[in-house]
Every structure is written in C-alpha cells, then in structure tokens.
Design a protein around this ligand. Structure first.
Ligand code: GLU
Length: 499
C-alpha cells in the first residue's frame, strides 16, 4: 500500500502576534511535512473581519520566516489549492452549506442571542451542560418564511448526529466522544460568515489536508468536524492533537508568565535556532538524551509517534540556557557582529567609535560572552566594561603607595599616552608578556603589579583579565584614569589635604 501524500497546514487566525504555542504547532507541521517529503501550507483563518488584519497576517509570516519555517503554499505565495485566506473562499462555504441544506442535515435557526443566552442560563441553573435545544429544527417552511418576512436573518445550524464518535488520534490514541452531548451547532452565522468548525472542514477537505496537527484545545471540536466530514461525504484526515504548553505553575501559558509572542523573544535577543530547538523539545523527544538540534536535524529526527501526551511545561531558564549555548557556539567574528548590532541599539553606546573596529569587537565578544544570555544583555555588559570607575578609594591609594607598584602603574600610563589613539598599538603593548615586562623593569611582582593596575583603572578587585580589559578600554581611557589615580594618591597628598 502506498502512503497517502502528506499535506499539512498551519491555520492561524490573523488577529494578533504569533505565540510560542502557535509557533510550535507550525514547527511540528513543518517538520512532519519535510520529513515525509510532503507539502506544508499556510492558511489565514480570517473570517472574523473585525479582529483580523493583513498586518497581523504579515507579522505572523515574518515571525515564521525568522524562525526558518517556510511553506509551499500560502496567502502570500499562492498555490494550486488557493486562495489561502478564508475571507476569499466564500464560494466553497456556500456550496457546502447548500449541500447540507439539500440533504436536510442543516436548518435555519432564528434564535436571537438573547434567546440562546436564556437557554444557556437555564441549563446552568439545572446543572446540566449547555446544549442547543434544537428549537428551530422543527420550524415549518411557512414559519421560516414568516420569520424571514419579519426581517429575522437566520444562522445555519448543522444537525449533530447523536451517535458516539471515535477518533484514532495519532498522538492521543483512541478518543471516544459519547453521543448526545453536543447540540446542533452553527455552521454559517446569520451574517453569512462561516463558523470555524465548518470553514476548517470545508478547507481542509478542499485543500486535501492529510493530517490535521494542532493544539489539543481543538480536541472538543474534533467530533463536530468528524460529523461534518461525514455529512458532506468528504474523506477524513488523520488527527494529531498536541498537548498544551503550560507555565511552571501548570496554568495555561499567558502574558502574566512573561513573554508569549515569538517577536518578544526576537526583540530580547533570543536566536531563532535556540527558540526552534527549545520549542521542538516542548512535547516532542528524540527518544534519546540528545538535546541539540538544528532545524534540518529536526527534520530527520521528527516523528509524530514521539510527541508526548502529557502537557509540556515552558521552562524559561532552559530556553535561556539553549540561547547561551547557541550564542557561544557561533564563530567569534559572527558573534562580534551581532554584539555590535545590539550595542548600537543602545543610546549610551550608539556613537561609540569602537563599534566599527572589528578587532575590538572580537575582544569584546570574548570578554563578555559568558555574561550574555540574550543579545539584549550586550549593551549593559558593554556599558559595564567601559563605565567610569568610582571615586578613588582608600584601597586604591594604599595600593599605589607602594613605590614599585606606583612606578609600574605610571609606566602603564606612559605606554597608554604614547599610543595616543592607536588601539592596536596599545593592545600589543598590554599583552600578557608586555605587562610582565613592566613588572620586571619596575620591580613590581605578581599581586603588587596587576592589582594596582586594575584598581587604578577600574577600582575593582576582580574582573576581565587585564590583557583583555586594557585594549577594550583603549589607550585614552586608560591614560586618563591612571593619571587621575596617580594625582589623587600622590605621596604627600594626604598630609597636604589634612594640613
Ligand atoms: N484557526 C485555528 C486556530 O488558530 C485553527 C485550528 C486548526 O488547526 O484547526 O486555532
């Protein structure tokens, strides 16, 4: 038997940002299609005209592109099964609705929102699950006509068969939906707009979708959709419902837990490859303890069988860890270029000349990478490296009071002054061996050499190693800081100040 051609879709409503949950659904569909050599398409479920926009549609597309997820058919690129916006597919819904009417599997419903609300309230009061009473099913032709002449515009309701429905879900296994719980439901609203369940079935069928892979919040819709496929004599796709992403408190992941939109992650300096890797492991596992997967590697490793039934917990710390790993795995020149771009976004650093010096940027990247979890940290870390030191304190004065140390620091200052603005020359003059030479010439050894240098330049006891720090600060800063430190701590200063 030949495997059916794989055609899958991601079908977001373009009403807002792409969220991490949606991105994961898109990713699983994409991986499944690519693995099978099938087709992945994007469909814009924009039937709610008041909430949908082309802006949202393009921002979702841009976020998917950023993640590296591409599609073969979609509203932006077309395709043989188009159009790919539900707002442009009215004809398909009209034909399917007519078919249901013809077969007497749907009927016009004139109930007003108020009447429906009253029904709902009454069921709740009785403690039973709300279900449409079927009131309009029994209307005669004459009654329908009379209501229409009163100007009432009916919705179209599908007659939900009362039998049990079984779905063999590719993730959850056999799912049983007992009959009789679901009332007749609206397929076309009174304004002519198709309801989600109806439009999804008509489109999935017309677009020959083979597998519906989506979040399990849609599981309750599945029996309705199955009944519609059968009523319309359309072959059923296979279903795979992926469990929700929960926050660490086991509630549905939402804004109050932090960022949920893919664009927020991008804007905070997460790398697409880290987010993809992390999202893939949210609910899917490779079956071994491998953790690192690039998108292409995921394509090879992915299978629906390895999607877990249980909910996945969004672990921000783990995502951050992945991001750090991916950042540090980048070749240093590439990382340096990224750091420069992110530093430039910060007002404090935008005009920093060093940001166009490739060698300086590479030194910076080596110095701060361990402290950068997301690229948004770059500006703060860079500013910290360059920050003006605090006032000269007792520690620094005491360290500079030692004659050999003072000489060594003064020599470093002289070296810096001689270099003028030549960062490259200063880098050579402050290499490990060159600093050791200063020690030899001045008689300052070990701690008596490096500690006073560091204190004079930063006032800190610890930090980035001097052969990295000094070239980062550059000759001008170092010269100025040293001369200030030497001035303030000049022998006799104390006596003069108090005398
Ligand atoms: N527009 C629906 C959503 O965004 C699609 C659900 C489905 O995949 O059937 O949730």
């Amino acid at each position: 038997m030949t495997e059916p051609t794989v055609r899958v879709r991601f079908a977001p409503a373009p009403t807002g940002m792409l969220h991490v949950g949606g991105a994961r659904t898109a990713l699983f569909n994409y991986l499944f299609a690519r693995r099978a050599g099938g087709t992945f398409l994007l469909r814009s479920e924009d039937t709610d005209a008041s909430r949908s926009s082309l802006t949202a549609e393009s921002s979702i597309a841009a976020d998917l592109h950023w993640l590296g997820i591409s599609w073969d058919e979609g509203p932006d690129i077309g395709g043989a099964w188009g159009p790919y916006r539900q707002s442009e597919r009215q004809e398909h819904y009209g034909l399917a609705a007519a078919r249901l009417m013809e077969r007497e599997l749907a009927y016009p419903c004139f109930c007003s929102p108020e009447e429906l609300d009253a029904e709902r309230v009454a069921s709740e009061a009785k403690g039973v699950a709300p279900k449409y009473s079927g009131k309009c099913r029994g209307l005669t032709m004459a009654q329908r006509r009379a209501l229409e002449t009163q100007g009432r515009r009916p919705a179209l309701r599908f007659i939900m068969p009362p039998r049990d429905i079984y779905v063999e879900d590719l993730v959850r296994g056999a799912v049983h939906f007992p009959g009789g719980l679901i009332g007749d439901f609206v397929v076309v609203k009174s304004d002519g707009v198709p309801a989600y369940n109806f439009a999804a079935v008509v489109d999935d069928s017309a677009m020959e979708i083979s597998h519906v892979i989506r979040g399990d919040e849609h599981l309750p819709n599945t029996p309705r959709q199955v009944a519609l496929y059968e009523a319309l004599d359309m072959p059923l796709p296979l279903f795979a419902h992926v469990s929700m992403i929960l926050a660490p408190d086991h509630h549905k992941l939402s804004k109050r837990h932090g960022a949920t939109a893919v664009s927020e992650y991008r804007d905070r300096g997460f790398l697409a490859e880290a987010l993809i890797n992390y999202l893939a492991l949210l609910g899917w596992s490779p079956g071994n303890d491998r953790e690192f997967f690039r998108l292409e590697e995921l394509v090879d490793a992915f299978s629906l069988e390895r999607i877990s039934k249980g909910p996945a917990i969004f672990d921000h710390a783990k995502l951050l860890w992945f991001n750090g790993q991916y950042l540090r795995a980048k070749p240093v020149a590439e990382r340096a270029a990224l750091f420069a771009a992110w530093a430039r976004r910060d007002d404090r650093l935008a005009s920093l000349a060093e940001l166009s010096d490739d060698e300086w940027l590479v030194t910076l990247a080596a110095a701060i990478s361990d402290h950068v979890g997301v690229l948004a940290d770059v500006a703060k870390e860079t500013a910290t490296v360059l920050a003006e030191p605090s006032q000269i304190d007792g520690e620094t004065k005491a360290a500079l009071a030692h004659p050999a140390s003072r000489k060594a620091v003064a020599e470093l200052g002289a070296v810096a002054r001689r270099c003028g603005t030549d960062r490259r020359a200063f880098a050579a003059a402050t290499a490990r061996a060159a600093l050791a030479d200063i020690g030899v010439r001045t008689g300052a050894k070990g701690r008596a050499l490096y500690r006073p240098m560091r204190l004079a330049v930063t006032r800190q006891e610890h930090g980035i190693e001097l052969p990295v720090l000094l070239p980062l600060l550059g000759p001008q800063r170092v010269a100025a800081r040293i001369s200030a430190a030497l001035d303030v701590s000049a022998p006799g200063q104390e006596a003069q100040a108090s005398g």
